[in-house]
Design a protein around this ligand. Structure first.
Ligand SMILES: [Zn+2]
Length: 472
């Protein structure tokens, strides 16, 4: 048997334990920095298996690292387990039916994400026990990927400083190596303070914080014409200052997400958005507090790590699905919106060209997509990729066309396609980790390649020094 087959077998041996952990985390559905049960599920399991587990790394109570082996190289497998707010949904039901209205749900598949990385680390440990492999395998349980960029805090605190290689994945509907290019992203609160007054009797004595928010938003919306095409700015008004129109609003707050391909570009836009806020304060006679709470860096793929991942994906694909599983996926494909169906068609054209009609007949895309685009989302894996040569990939865990951050993902998160994808991802990661643990020359190649790609640039980490990992 090849090492890929042997590692795969080790992963299959513990498949039911992994599936159980993933299902439990799906059920806990804990959102950012609240993942107490979720992290414990993995940390306890790994501790029992003999990993050295350190909880609360980088000032994050729900972060942990589990380590096995000793010395160099140090290969890090990154996992996540945070859910999304408002996405509660029953499992396996192709209809929007929340378990708890307004509750949280795993709308990004992080129950699978963390568990696969954990399972890969465990398989390497089992293999180390059998074969005596060199080096150290680490699983990083990383909280709050969504909305807080938890890994940026871990990077700032030096948690990855002695790592040689980092490997991770993300659930999705395409098997593909992730190219460089997720967007850097700042999260910023703008809180305006004005003066309350009787809006009918004495409006001239009031200064409206809500007016300031509205004027700021108008200013930013005008900015859009004069910024780079790839930038994205979105906002949510968190506090309107009350529900009474006859009281001048003394306080109002808006949360901004400012994204662009590079951190330097986000910084530039951030300054301009700040000026809109200050201008709005000046216009309305209010004051504004600006508080940046999170920063994601863009993702830089290390080609040498990506190539190893690619090789193993090709060895392990196709996954193979039963008629029942295909029918399960079809059921979910039928409930996507027309807009999502349009996106699926466009993607099929890009992936399969003139054969796209044929591809669209397949509810599960059981092959590796070569030309996946970088996407316009953000991930805090970006921060790790600036301090450790990193490879990342997507694996199929749900029906083709399933929209991101949606109830359909929650619904499929415990299903057969999700579980097969999770196990496949674990196998790819374990095989890739093995390559680097046993081949110092490959580690060096990855490091050289990574330095070449960075081309003299260093980590642009943009968290303000006083920003803390917290629930805001
Ligand atoms: Zn995600």
């Amino acid at each position: 048997m090849s090492y890929v087959e042997e590692l795969s077998k080790l992963i299959d041996n513990r498949k039911s334990a992994s599936e159980e952990i993933s299902d439990k985390i799906w059920g806990y559905a804990e959102s950012r920095f609240n993942e107490y049960k979720s992290y414990a599920e993995q940390a306890e399991y790994m501790k029992k298996l003999g990993f050295k587990v350190t909880v609360g790394i980088g000032g994050e109570e729900t972060a942990f690292v589990a380590e096995y082996g000793s010395g160099k190289p140090v290969v890090a497998l990154l996992g996540e387990y945070d859910a999304l707010s408002g996405l509660s949904q029953e499992a396996d039901v192709a209809e929007h039916t929340p378990v708890q209205v307004g509750g949280d749900g795993h709308g990004c598949g992080h129950n699978l994400l963390g568990t696969a990385s954990m399972a890969a680390a465990v398989a390497i440990k089992d293999y180390m026990d059998e074969k005596g492999l060199p080096g150290t395998i680490r699983y990083y349980g990383c909280p709050a990927e969504e909305n807080a960029g938890g890994k940026a805090f871990l990077v700032r605190e030096g948690c990855f400083n002695d790592c040689d290689i980092a490997i991770t994945w993300h659930p999705g509907w395409m098997n593909a190596v992730t190219p460089s290019g997720s967007l850097a992203n700042f999260r910023v609160f703008y809180t305006f303070h004005g003066t309350a007054s009787h809006a009918g009797g004495a409006p001239h004595l009031g200064r409206s914080a809500l007016d300031a928010v509205e004027i700021m938003d108008v200013g930013v919306n005008y900015m859009r014409e004069h910024m780079i095409d790839d930038a994205r700015i979105h906002y949510a008004i968190i506090n309107t200052g009350g529900t009474a129109p006859n009281v001048v609003q003394a306080e109002a707050q808006v949360l901004y997400a400012i994204r662009a391909p590079k951190v330097t570009q986000v910084k530039e836009l951030f300054e301009r958005v700040n000026n809109c806020a200050k201008g709005a304060a000046l216009i309305t006679g209010t004051t504004v507090d600006i508080r940046q709470v999170a920063a994601y860096s863009d993702y830089v793929a290390c080609d040498v790590v990506s190539d190893q991942i690619k090789k193993h994906m090709d060895e392990l694909l196709p996954i193979g699905y039963t008629d029942e599983e295909l029918a399960y996926a079809k059921k979910f494909q039928e409930v996507i919106t027309d807009l999502d169906r349009g996106n699926l068609k466009e993607t099929a054209k890009r992936v399969a060209g003139k054969d796209s009609a044929k591809l669209l007949e397949q509810p599960i895309w059981d092959f590796r997509v070569e030309n996946r685009s970088g996407g316009k989302g953000s991930t805090d894996v970006g921060d790790v990729s600036w301090v450790v040569p990193t490879g990342q990939f997507g694996a199929v865990t749900w029906a083709a066309g399933t929209p991101g951050h949606a109830w359909q993902i929650v619904a499929q998160g415990k299903g057969p396609v999700a579980k097969k994808g999770m196990i496949f991802a674990a196998k790819v990661m374990a095989a890739t980790a093995y390559d680097f643990l046993t081949n110092p020359e490959l580690v060096k190649q990855a490091h050289d390649n990574w330095l070449e790609i960075l081309d003299g640039e260093t980590y642009p980490g943009a968290l303000p020094p006083d920003a803390k990992p917290e629930i805001w």
